[in-house]
Write a protein that binds this ligand. Sequence first.
Ligand code: SME
Length: 167
Amino acid sequence: MTTTSKSEKHAEARKAIDHLHSESRSADQLMKGITELLNQEMLKYNWVGFYMLEHGANPPVLVLGHYQGAMTPHTRIPLNQGICGAAASSGKTVVVDDVSKDMRYLACSLETKSEIVVPIYVHGKVAGELDIDSHFPAAFAPEDRELVEYCAELVGKRLNREPHATA
Ligand code: SME
């Protein structure tokens, strides 16, 4: 049996993401592929999904897109709610090591212990985000953050090239 170190696993995932990016014919296909790949390949990424800002909505609202994992009651999230709202309104990555201690947290599954949310930028503005929940506490180390931010950046770049890509 061979063992794979944490950093090797991240490097492998990044290569697989690059391959997926080159094979994807649309941002939609890329986003679907990213949810599948991260959920299957990364042991602690138990729920992986995209929330995108609804076009023209006022007040703005995040709408659930492609996801892998348990069904969530949170299919529409206003920007003043949840970790998701915090990441979208600040435009910054949010990492929560223990969701039970974060008052902003909107529960998706009782099993979730930690979460990362990374904004996606299109034409310089937040257009959505990549959200990952883990059943493990403090699952998102700096190398996870790098990997998830890389995925969000690729999606943003692809959306930049598509019409109607901004909210
Ligand atoms: N936990 C998120 C809500 C989305 S579910 O995790 C899928 C939040 O606090 O915004």
